[in-house]
Design a protein around this ligand. Sequence first.
Ligand code: AMP
Ligand code: MG
Length: 507
Amino acid sequence: MSVSDRQPAARFDDLDWDNRLAALGETYAAPQAPTPLAYPPHPVAFSPDVAASLGLDPAVADDPDFVAVVAGNRVPAGAAPVAQVYAGHQFGVRVPRLGDGRAILLGQVRGPDGRLRDIQLKGAGRTPYARGADGRAILHSTVREFLASEAMAGLGIPTTRALAVVGSDDPVQREVPHTAAVLARVADTHVRFGSFEYFFYREMFDALAPLADHVIAAEYPDLTAIADDAERYRAWMAAVIDRTAELVADWQAVGFVHGVMNTDNMSVTGQTLDYGPFAFMDGYIPNWTPNHSDMHGRYAFDRQPTIALWNLGRFVQAILPLLAHHADDAVAIGREALDAYRGRFDAAYRRRMRAKLGLREARDGDDTLLEGLLRRMAAESADYTRVFRALGRVGAADDAPAGPFLDEFADREAAASWVADWRTRLAAEGTTDDAERRARMEAVNPKYVLRTYLAEAAVERAREGDFGEIERLRRILSAPCDEQPAHEDYARLPPEWARGIALSCSA
Ligand code: AMP
Ligand code: MG
């Protein structure tokens, strides 16, 4: 029977487990069972799409056995729980050993589509890499990660996914007392740039190839056809660079700030990984970060493209031993590959921003047009999401109404003068059909993003035992570009109290 003929499983035990990472051995990951929660766990959030992608029956959401597995209270037959080791650069500083301090990889599962995916429990107790911390997570961080993952997926941006969150009354001490929660996260792989850095810094060069092979087999299967090892690893390096450039272009286009782009939070698959002090920007402030521990703005919105390149530099350095027999050759090859990043990113970013402006063709002067709009937005912190959404409805004719777009600006005259330039540009490429253009623009300019205050409100309600708001947000954000008349409120400007909520890494 082929995988796709299987009935959806009612239990984790009946999934198609194939634990390739654990099979690589203890060099890469330490066997580690989750620590059960002391108090009874309860369901908090659930994503039916993610369950289905694993071959799990979406009806399991409230099933006590499902909740027990996500809580770490029962390890399913077929799983091989481990904590992965990695290193990384945190805020530019090399940390030779990090590793999953509170995350436990249950294993890989082959879904009905034939693809292997990791299932990981985040907040499932201490591991050998916990470094004195408690191994736990709380409602605030797990619910934010749950919603962000699903919102990103709704936007079509590569991301780890969130299967479920469960909570319990187990006390967890942070700045103030909290209770425990566990997130079941699903990823193509949890291997990070930092996973390779770990072995490079320890000069365990022989350990690099098996890990690279693991990633290539699962995530870059086309490359397995390249017989020559060094050639295959070089093609893989180039693909990681490309995917990372495309990912960061996606972030910039929707106004997403990751908040803590350490190399241990960078996936080798080009998926968004490790949602901590992230935010979707409300008002456009180019050098803004929601992470209040990032005093110098290292990971601010407008630095993300450059930081991604810096991080890729650390990744490429770590895999140098795979690229060529002679170190000098490897360095030259790595450098050349990194040189391709800027062009790839710029092209990817321009493509996305042209689409956001409703332009079909690339023309000279497009950068100036875009910069003109962004400058006006930055001058008064106009709402990033609402401005682009409203532009779709502005007619191309000189005398067409532009009211809702102009309403997003205090200086309406300056905004109107930009609209005139934009109309000239539309006319130059013969874009005159407003309805057609609006449809194109609305497909790339979301109406709904996970604004920080919306997530905060959902967490607040969850603390009171009401999880309905999480589910409502999950549904709204699964179709972020659709008009949802019943949910107009969720597309409003944030209320005054919510401007500038600061977030920390420590949750
Ligand atoms: P992050 O800033 O979330 O990317 O985490 C950086 C490192 O700290 C990773 O190795 C995490 O596993 C670890 N870590 C974060 N929080 C905890 C915790 N509560 N218990 C154990 N390890 C943690
Ligand atoms: Mg991390």
